[in-house]
Design a protein around this ligand. Structure first.
Ligand code: HEM
Length: 505
């Protein structure tokens, strides 16, 4: 006999259940019982005909996809870019017409550590933006530092292997990192950024974003200029030193993701102003560094910055996997008016991203809603796994008299004059000057933090030769920088000076 109160509770629950949406299987059919498997009598085994059980186990076993090979840990948000300056003399790109509003999705990330890693670990930070323009998607896949470690795509896999955990014990090891970097003197500029306050930002809102590479913008006369894209945070730039990062890790190691969700969800929308730097092709050789070398900035006293718009983030995704994890940014996703420059790192990136995304997400990943352009896709690429393009024409070739497709004149490759030979040689060096300038631009506190942060890693390097080569790079950049680092890791200053004296500028 039920007690009356229990009976009322059961009836209320039953009413609620009838009002709630039915639980279904993947075919949309309702589920009878999601708590008990179908068995052969009270003591027998589970029946294969229990589709609900089998389907749940199958789907669970297939939940993981490959994480990004780099930049696995990250979070994204939607927003809008508003162009404030007319750039039609520079580019035919429609998103740069003053007043144009372009929806965006921006994913922030760290580089080296895995998908669930603490956000307190020192790393460069990704700043990848998808602009959903009226002429297709433009992906500007940048970082929060304005330069990079290397300048040729052929080095990228080796560089990442050295930075990633050891293949033997799966632990990141400063000995491997600096073993590689000791042969890459041009990396000292990027190291001076990453071991400064930018390596562990206080929040994703309080960091800048840079396209890093030069791109080409071209106008309706076919004239082109080299351009860098620099996003400056309106929230300022703040970071944590090695001690503050350890404290933060003890409290909340998802602090970057939590901060972004909390702020945007309560209406505190972060903003970045976009500045461009423009260089005429005839001036490419007028610097003591190569402007197409991504280990270098274009100092703003040499090439001025002009504000061209503002980006605001104002909406968080509803589903992390669907939107953020499946977002796919590719430097090859360009729109008319924007082309890659001849920067050798960028040229490799133009290939690499779509290639890995075909493996990570499949050949049709650009049909996933977060990646899908807001304009029609109209070409003859077809079929493949998970295709939902809903093609309804039998003309899957081009040209066709029956169904002609127009070529767009303003999307034609810009004509770039060329001369020379096929070759495999390096570029103009100049490896240390900008790192020295950067060090000298730091405040006393920023210099103290840089030395402490760098020493925490370089101090773990057992091979004395590797350590002293690295120290000679810092010394060559700036004598005070090298001297302080040598002291901080108990190096031999005479050895450091002797090595630095042999380095080319
Ligand atoms: C030749 C050099 C480089 C290669 C081959 C390379 C390759 C890759 C690959 C394969 C991914 C994973 C993409 C995915 O699974 O969706 C990736 C992600 C990323 N890379 Fe690079 N990368 C290079 C240099 C750079 C540089 C110089 C920057 C910054 C300017 C950068 C910024 C990023 C960012 C931000 C992401 C994450 C994008 C996202 O949020 O999904 N990479 N890179």
């Amino acid at each position: 006999m039920f007690k009356r109160s229990l009976l009322v509770a059961m009836l209320t629950a039953a009413t609620a259940a009838t009002q709630a949406a039915p639980l279904t299987k993947d075919n949309g059919a309702p589920v009878g019982d999601n708590q008990n498997s179908i068995t052969a009598g009270p003591n027998g085994g589970t029946l294969l005909q229990d589709v609900q059980l089998v389907q749940k186990l199958q789907r669970f076993g297939r939940e993981r996809i490959p994480e990004r090979v780099v930049h696995a840990r990250g979070t994204g948000a939607y927003g809008e870019f508003v162009a404030t300056k007319d750039l039609s003399d520079l580019t035919v790109a429609s998103l740069f017409k003053a007043g144009t509003k372009t929806p965006v999705f921006l994913r922030f990330s760290t580089v080296i550590h895995g998908k669930g890693s603490p956000e307190t670990l020192r790393d460069p930070h990704g700043f990848a933006i998808k602009f959903y323009t009226q002429e297709g998607n433009w992906d500007l896949v940048g970082n929060q530092s304005p330069v990079f470690f290397i300048r040729d795509a052929i080095k990228f896999p080796d560089f990442i292997h050295a930075m990633k955990p050891s293949p033997i014990n799966n632990v990141q090891d400063a000995n491997r990192v600096f073993d590689f970097l000791s042969s890459q003197p041009w990396a000292v500029n990027m190291l001076t950024y990453v071991y400064g306050q930018q390596g562990v930002p206080t929040s994703y809102r309080e960091q800048d974003g840079f396209g890093v590479h030069a791109y080409k913008l071209y106008n309706d006369k076919g004239e082109y200029k080299y351009v860098k894209f620099n996003f400056r945070s309106k929230q300022g730039v703040k970071g944590l030193n090695v001690k503050e990062a350890a404290e933060q890790q003890g409290k909340d190691f998802n602090h970057l993701t939590n901060d972004l969700y909390n702020n945007i969800n309560k209406g505190n929308f972060p903003k970045w102003d976009l500045y461009i730097q423009v260089l005429d092709p005839k001036d490419l050789n007028s610097f003591d560094f190569d402007p197409l070398d991504p280990t270098k900035i274009w100092p703003t006293d040499l090439v001025k910055e002009t504000k061209v718009g503002t980006l605001t983030l104002n909406r968080m995704p509803k589903n992390f996997f669907n939107e953020t994890e499946q977002s796919a940014f590719a430097p090859g996703n360009l729109v008319p008016g924007i082309e890659p420059s001849e920067d050798r790192l960028l040229q490799g990136r133009v290939f690499s991203y779509s290639d890995t995304q075909m493996y990570r997400l499949g050949a049709n990943h650009q049909q996933i809603p977060v990646n899908r352009p807001v304009v029609n896709v109209n070409n003859n690429n077809q079929d493949g796994y998970m295709n939902v393009s809903e093609r309804d024409s039998d003309v899957n070739y081009e040209p066709s008299r029956k169904e002609p497709k127009a070529a767009t004149e303003k999307a034609r490759a810009v004509q770039t004059p060329l001369s020379g030979t096929v070759q495999q040689v390096g570029v103009k060096e100049q490896n240390f000057k900008q790192a020295g300038d950067l060090y000298r631009s730091y405040t006393a506190k920023e210099k103290d933090d840089l030395i402490m942060n760098l020493a925490a890693d370089l101090g773990n390097v057992k091979d004395s030769e590797t350590k002293h080569i690295m120290l000679s790079y810092f010394y060559k950049a700036d004598a005070d920088y090298g001297t302080r680092m040598t002291k901080a890791v108990n190096g031999n200053l005479a050895t450091v000076k002797a090595k630095a004296a042999k380095l080319k500028d």
